[in-house]
Design a protein. Structure first.
Length: 279
């Protein structure tokens, strides 16, 4: 039995023009402690898959099984980190993490244990020095670190990350990628991450799930990344296997899933222009 199983998941959304099928027959088995990235063009249903696993959406057909139990609503065993840090601006970094800790551990940890747990998770993301600062007093990367600490403090079985570094500059993004690898090495989290960044996917993942274009998007290919951990981004830059994996993902995104509709529209417009000129 898989730790996490997405089984024959399809979903439709109502629209004024009728049902829109966003996903069609998505099947994926994820092992405990595995890092899986979802990648694909915009609109391919990556976030929809993540939201179904999070329990925020209900699949029209099929569904998600986590440790033998069906997922049908949000729960603390599945924590989500969004691209927007979603911190409450009037609370300190410590207090933002405390909200999650109180929600999950109010009955099982003493006040002192909760305090130590909050500080521990802020230390994991190297934010212990800024735990008393509010979001407007820290940088974007630091805000995202606090968001990750808040998610980890719930002690989730699955960490879901929806383009968590997408709004950050390249250097900050690299530092946070290294932090996530460091945290996973320490904790052995199961992580599902959405990304548009090919290098990020290859660097962080055990497997990369490549989605076909929507509507009715599904899994096109799955690429296993057989690179030893811990991984060093500088060493991997000239690594033959790393670059082969990178090329495989790029080939899928830019050849196998190239959008043809705009090309057809251009061709039709060109023919129409010629007709108008003749007329």
């Amino acid at each position: 039995m898989s730790f996490l199983e997405i089984s024959q998941a399809s979903i439709e959304f109502p629209t004024p023009k009728g049902p829109f099928k966003a996903l069609d027959n998505v099947n994926l088995h994820i092992k405990q402690g595995e890092f899986v990235s979802l990648i694909g063009h915009s609109g391919c249903g990556k976030s929809t898959v993540l939201n179904i696993v999070a329990g925020l959406y209900q699949a029209t057909e099929g569904g998600v099984i986590l440790e033998g139990k069906e997922v049908n609503e949000p729960g603390p065993e599945r924590a989500v980190v969004f691209q927007n840090h979603s911190l409450l601006p009037w609370l300190s970094a410590y207090q933002n993490v405390e909200l999650a800790v109180k929600q999950v551990f109010k009955k099982t940890k003493t006040k002192q244990e909760r305090k130590e747990w909050i500080e521990h998770n802020l230390e994991l993301v190297h934010m212990e020095h800024a735990m008393d600062k509010r979001p407007d007093e820290i940088s974007g990367g630091m805000k995202q670190r606090v968001g990750i600490a808040r998610a980890l403090a719930m002690q989730p079985k699955v960490l879901l990350m929806d383009e968590p570094f997408g709004a950050l500059d390249a250097l900050t993004r690299a530092h946070l990628q290294d932090s996530v690898m460091e945290i996973q090495e320490k904790l052995g989290n199961t992580i599902i991450m959405i990304t548009h960044d090919v290098d990020e996917a290859v660097l962080l993942s055990d497997r990369i799930v490549m989605m076909t274009n929507g509507p009715a998007a599904t899994i096109g290919e799955i690429l296993t990344i057989d690179l030893e951990r811990p991984r060093d981004r500088l060493a991997l830059a000239d690594d033959k296997k790393y670059n082969e994996y990178r090329t495989e993902v790029l080939r899928f995104l830019y050849e196998k899933q190239r959008k043809v509709e705009p090309i057809r529209n251009i061709q039709k417009k060109s023919k129409q222009d010629k007709t108008d000129q003749v007329a």
